[in-house]
Design a protein around this ligand. Structure first.
Ligand SMILES: [Zn+2]
Length: 58
């Protein structure tokens, strides 16, 4: 679980890392809040972040 760092949002959402394992394929990927579309954080990873709203998972 991640929590949005946008003061006006502050919602919790799920983050999944998809793929990865590609040699030399690391890039700066963004975790983007599915509620307000703001970038919560970025990470160097070869995977791709997929975010989902809590109500979409239940
Ligand atoms: Zn948000």
């Amino acid at each position: 679980m991640e929590i949005c760092n946008n003061e006006k949002c502050k919602k919790e959402f799920y983050v999944s890392e998809i793929g990865g394992g590609v040699p030399g394929g690391k890039e700066r990927e963004s975790v983007i809040c599915p509620y307000c579309d703001s970038v919560v954080r970025t990470e160097m990873t070869s995977a791709v972040f997929v975010t989902r709203k809590v109500e979409d998972v239940k």
